[in-house]
Each structure stands twice: as C-alpha cells, then as structure tokens.
Design a protein around this ligand. Structure first.
Ligand code: DGY
Length: 329
C-alpha cells in the first residue's frame, strides 16, 4: 500500500510534522510566506491530505484540481478560509484545532483590554522617546477594570475563558450575546444574556469572540460603535473582517469610544501606513493570540491527528463536517 501524499503549506511545530511524516510522504512548503494560490493548487494536485493555514484559501477550484484529496486539516480553530460546503460536496473531510488555544487566546484578549485601557502602548512609546517629563497628576489617565461591565460578544470557549479571567480577577459584571443561553456562564459568573444593542450600551469593555461568516462580517460598524460608551474599550481577537475598520478609525479619532485593542485586522498584515496605526488609542498586535510554544505544539498534534485520521478513513478527532462521513472519499 503506497504511503499517503500530503502537502503541508507551512512549517508547523516538529511534533506535528514528525507524526505526519511517520505515515505519509510530506511535501513541505519551506517559505515564511504562504504559497501563492496557483502553487497551492499545483502542490495539492496529487495529494491525499492537505495541512492548510488560515492564510490559504481552500475553495471549489482548488478541490476540483485535487481529485484524490481526502482531508483538509486546518492548523487553526477558525476555518473561514475553507469552503466547508464545497469540501463536503466533494467528500473531503475538514478538521480544525479547537480547545487547545482557548487559554492563550483569552490571555491575549485580556492583555489587549488592559493595554488599551491603561494606555500602555502610547505611554511606553512616549517614555522611550524621551518625552517623559515628570510624574503628572493628569498624565496618562486610563480606565479602571475593577467592578466594571464586560460585554462578551459570542460566549463560546474563548469568550467563556475571557469572561472567567475578568470576572474572577477584576470582579467584572458579565453581559453576553449568544444564540442560545450558556447556563455554565450564568452559573459561574452570573453572566446575563442580552441583545447586542444592550450589550453595547451597558458595557465598559466589549470583547469579540464570534466566528467569521456571512452573517457576522462587518457586524461592528459606525452604528454599533455609536451605541458604546465614550469610555468604552473595544477588543477584537477573533477575525478582522468582523469590523469595519474605517468606521473604527473614525470612532477612535473622534473619541466616540476610548480605545481599541486588535489582534486581528483586514487585511493581514495591515499595511504600515494604515490609519489605525496612526491613532494613539489603538493597539494592534500581529495575530498572535495562539502564539505560545505549548499552544502551537498542541495545535500541531491535533492538526496531525486530524490529518492522519482523514487519510486513514477514520473519524477526525476534531471534525468540522462530520456530515461527510457516509460519502467521504
Ligand atoms: C485560529 O486558530 O483561528 C487563530 O486565529 C490562530 O491563532
């Protein structure tokens, strides 16, 4: 029986690569930048499995040019880069890496919230550039966290972990939006499920944790920002296109809200001359929420397990489209 052929679209941690190489012939894209679309298509052509990243677009055209492909194992929890219905229609399994990056991502959401609330980026830059004059009673005034209201937009795993940190650590009241109630959040930190409008009006901090799809794209625009408090801090560690960035820039420039912290943007990378970088009340980090050694290793293990299960014809440990089971290739 020939070994399955797999294309891995970027170097992932050894622990994942070694597990895949033990059973498969691996073609590894060596560059720091993702393979261009036509190169991805070329490499995937004869493959049984594909390890993709959130920077790879997996669509019908790519799938049609890879008739042997059995599995797409996405090295991410988010899978908005994968056309899942197109995979399902062609009998291709899709895997992702939920759970293992929950804590690391919640840590970044809290970090951004604190950084933006306490003006860490701008004050540190000021100090470094020699503008630190003296201790000033009215200098660098930020926002307190303790006892304030946190609005979690999307109480999934990461929203829950973020709320838990801020409720237990800073005694914050928690409001949340979600399609169905989350009894665990209501029990553990007395969270209250509300409509988005109420959450925006009442919250001192708004942290976004929803998936990107056609109904959430652009869900934060001028209308939503206008409902927030002038002292509010907005944090996005989910996906860039959830936010209308021109509207956010205008919101921050005009002081409609206090500050924002972003781990994700549209596009990524955000061009260095983008207006959001010019705003002192906007802190941006380059999509690093899952970037810890332990988390990236755990993602690699899970990604490899999904891939291997896919090429073996077994159920994927984290299966995005289990409905494909009875018609998989
Ligand atoms: C994911 O896994 O979806 C993250 O955005 C990557 O850090």
């Amino acid at each position: 029986m020939p070994r399955p052929k797999v294309f891995v679209s970027r170097r992932i941690p050894e622990v994942g690569l070694n597990a895949i190489s033990a059973e498969c012939d691996v073609d590894l894209w060596p560059d720091r930048l993702p393979p261009p679309a036509d190169e991805l298509k070329k490499r995937a052509k004869d493959c049984d499995g594909l390890v993709s990243l959130l920077t790879d677009r997996i669509d019908g055209a790519l799938l049609d040019s890879a008739p042997k492909l059995k599995v797409v194992s996405n090295y991410a929890v988010g899978f908005n880069n994968v056309d899942v219905p197109a995979c399902t229609a062609r009998g291709v399994c899709v895997g992702n890496t939920p759970g293992v990056l929950t804590d690391a991502t919640a840590d970044i959401a809290v970090t951004l919230l604190l950084t933006a609330a306490r003006r860490i980026g701008e004050s540190a830059a000021d100090a470094k550039s020699g503008k630190w004059l003296t201790w000033e009673p009215l200098g660098w005034l930020g926002q307190d966290l303790t006892g304030r209201t946190l609005g979690i937009v999307g109480m999934g795993r990461i929203g829950f972990a973020t709320a838990k940190r801020l409720h237990n650590g800073w005694d914050m009241k928690v409001l949340y939006t979600e399609q169905i109630p989350r009894p665990e959040a209501e029990r553990e930190f007395d969270a209250r499920r509300v409509e988005l409008d109420e959450l925006l009006r009442e919250s001192d901090f708004v942290s976004v944790h929803v998936d990107l799809n056609s109904s959430t794209k652009g869900m934060f625009s001028s209308e939503q920002f206008a409902k927030m408090k002038r002292t509010a801090v907005f944090v996005n560690s989910a996906r860039g296109p959830l936010v209308d960035q021109a509207a956010l820039a205008e919101t921050l420039r005009s002081g409609t809200i206090f500050a924002a912290g972003l781990d994700v943007t549209e596009p990524e990378p955000l061009p260095p001359d983008h207006e959001l970088y010019k705003l002192p009340n906007c802190v941006i980090v380059p999509h690093i929420a899952s970037a810890t050694v332990e988390t990236r290793n755990a993602m690699a293990r899970l990604c490899a397990n999904n891939l291997l299960a896919g090429v073996r014809g077994e159920p994927l440990p984290n299966w995005v489209n289990p409905e494909v089971a009875d018609k998989r290739r």
